[in-house]
Design a protein. Structure first.
Length: 305
């Protein structure tokens, strides 16, 4: 069974307008509301690909209820913990440029965090847990270490997509997969920016320190994959970018889905890159209608380890 965990869920409001001007009424010509948060995105994309999963995390208020109801409409099982306050609403504006407005969300009390850890401790052996996204107010980064310990003890495959430097401390518990983006990888290692050679080198270092698989997403540059036997570089298809907010989540979900379906690493990576690109070319998560075409524009290079 697959479980996703989104501690800082959100509603994403996508709006499109000709331009965003100060001190003026800016009218939109398109809008869309979607349940969101990185783990929620992974749940939705897995569901689109026919992979059953359960969404864990925190929700609050009328916005939280919207997320729960929308996921259940899609047939996705949910086991959220309700907290005081309202789940945040993030705004993504496509105008003369792309603008992203991301809110903080409610504070999570310790009691609720303990409840979530209990749910994680009861995930069946052999399952996969995908912990993805930012941590909300009231939750210390050290919780990622606790989750890694629980997964290691219970033989649950842990997938981590987090920008916290605490991720490095989880490596002692051999997480199944890490998926930083290029900027997050630089942050993990105290760098301002990274060359391609550094990206590959740091990906290998994460493997040497305990991670079993690493995917570094690089936006329009594609991705780099590293494990104990190989390192691969994948290019990305070109197209008109509409909204990049969910592209990395789509990439991660489709990679997981294809590995569950026993595809090769290279084929799973090609599909993942195509799905991430398709999502970037859409208002929200890809509907998968253009994946077969986009796959033809993804090229894999085998990097010598």
């Amino acid at each position: 069974m697959i479980y996703t965990c989104t501690m800082n869920t959100a509603i994403d409001l996508y709006v499109a307008m000709e331009a965003l001007n100060p001190n003026a009424v800016n009218r939109t010509y398109d809008e869309d509301y979607q349940p969101n948060g990185k783990g929620v995105n992974v749940s939705v994309m897995l569901n689109k690909m026919g992979i059953p999963n359960t969404a864990l995390g925190f929700i609050g208020g009328f916005t939280g209820h919207f997320i729960k109801e929308e996921l259940e409409k899609l047939g996705i099982a949910t086991d959220f913990i309700e907290v005081a306050g309202n789940t945040r609403i993030n705004v993504f504006i496509n105008a003369d440029e792309e603008y992203k407005i991301v809110n903080q969300g409610p504070s999570i009390p310790q009691e609720a965090m303990h409840q979530l850890l209990d749910k994680i401790a009861n995930i069946p052996t052999g399952s996969t847990l995908i912990v993805s996204g930012s941590l909300p107010k009231g939750v210390d980064d050290q919780v990622l270490i606790t989750i890694a310990q629980i997964c290691d003890r219970n033989h649950v495959k842990l997938v981590l997509d987090s920008s916290s430097t605490v991720v490095l401390e989880t490596l002692a518990y051999e997480p199944y997969l890490l998926k930083p983006n290029e900027e997050e990888l630089a942050y993990l290692f105290g760098e301002q920016s990274l060359s391609e050679e550094q990206i590959i080198a740091y990906g290998k270092e994460l493997i040497e320190r305990g991670a079993r698989h690493v995917i570094i997403s690089r936006g329009e540059e594609g991705a780099v994959y590293v494990d104990g036997q190989q390192a691969l570089k994948a290019s990305s298809p070109k197209g008109k970018v509409v909204n990049t907010a969910c592209a990395g989540d789509a990439l991660l979900a489709s990679y997981i889905a294809k590995t569950i379906e026993k595809e090769s690493i290279a084929e799973a990576l090609i599909y993942a890159i195509a799905t991430g690109a398709s999502t970037a070319f859409s208002k929200g998560l890809s509907d998968l209608s253009d994946i077969l075409e986009l796959k033809h524009h993804v090229h894999i290079t085998n990097l010598r380890r």
